[in-house]
Ligand binder design. Sequence first.
Ligand code: NAD
Ligand code: GLY
Length: 371
Amino acid sequence: MQTVIPVPIPQNAYKVVLAAGGLRQIGAIFQDAALVSPNLGKKILIVSNPKIWKHYGEAALSALQAAGFDVACCILPAGERYKTLRSIEKIFDSALAHRLERSSTMVALGGGVIGDMTGFAAASWLRGIAVVQIPTTLLAMVDASIGGKTGVNHPQGKNLIGAFHQPRLVLIDPETLDTLPTREFRAGMAEVIKYGVIWDPDLFEQLEDFSRIDQRRSFSMELLMEMLRRSCQAKVDVVSQDEKEAGLRAILNYGHTIGHAIESLTHYRTFNHGEGVGLGMMAVGHIAAQLGLWSQDCCDRQYRLIRKVGLPVQLPTDFETDAVLEMLTADKKVKAGRVRFIMPHNIGMVKITDEVPNDAILAALREMQAA
Ligand code: NAD
Ligand code: GLY
């Protein structure tokens, strides 16, 4: 089972290859001129973490070596708190030890944390070498691996240091989701729901029709591939029209502005990224209903889907809702002093606005605390 989605970004076109069992075939895939063109050089540095390496490292390494590639690896500690410049230095140390050249490739084997760091290291090593993304979380498959946003965190804020650097290939092997913890699978489903709301109403309805969507086992491989295909296509459609987020691409941040604030105000210990996004989508859903931008029925449908995935739908009782307003003004998405929101107008349609009253934000957050 293989699906290829072209990403027609001018000057930086590449392909997303969805292939069950694709990891075992990466040697052949890397050499296939129809999938990766121009050819990748012989030297490869795989970047991963110990958990992912334990499951998939050997398969990737041996498939690449069997195809004649000269491969080294750099294993970084797992976790968002290691998404730092210090980890980038470690990747550079490995690049130096393995004598990576301009024609060499870094391969990100992991979730969004590994993908963002490897992409950033590749963007800057020798002023930019090739990177291939091999995402192993649902979130990274449908979102982080596609579109070229790379970077690390600064102690003062998430993803403050980074660069746009498009991959030469994104290889998604859905079989790697078999070992993904259910909580991480659900986090990825938040982004899948996001695509339904911002872009693809049919995807949203499909998710409504499935009896269960809360774990990997809820899906046959065929349905999983279909959900991945639709989600990746939505991301590709958006980033191909607006690579550097001059306008349209901002819609991918639906639910993220308030979501980031919730994640940060709970010190990244209570909610992971996808859970923050789910809560953020709920909040803007409530705000949009209050302001009459979309119907209460749409708001309820979105809520039901978030709950069906098993994502949290309630804020802690001691959560300081007022602090969200302060956080929002410090967010990267502030433009000319005003916070930009992606507001839903229907299932499948959102618009960007900076006219959201603080009262509406607070009312929505308090409703989620009491829910
Ligand atoms: P993650 O990379 O931290 O992975 C989550 C956990 O799952 C980790 O512990 C990881 O070791 C483990 N894991 C990964 N694959 C596994 C597998 N197949 N089996 C078992 N365990 C596995 O988290 P994530 O949700 O993938 O990514 C979040 C990061 O992505 C954040 O840093 C966020 O900023 C970034 N992000 C980037 C973009 C972008 O466009 N670049 C978009 C969205 C998110
Ligand atoms: N995840 C947001 C973006 O890629 O633009």
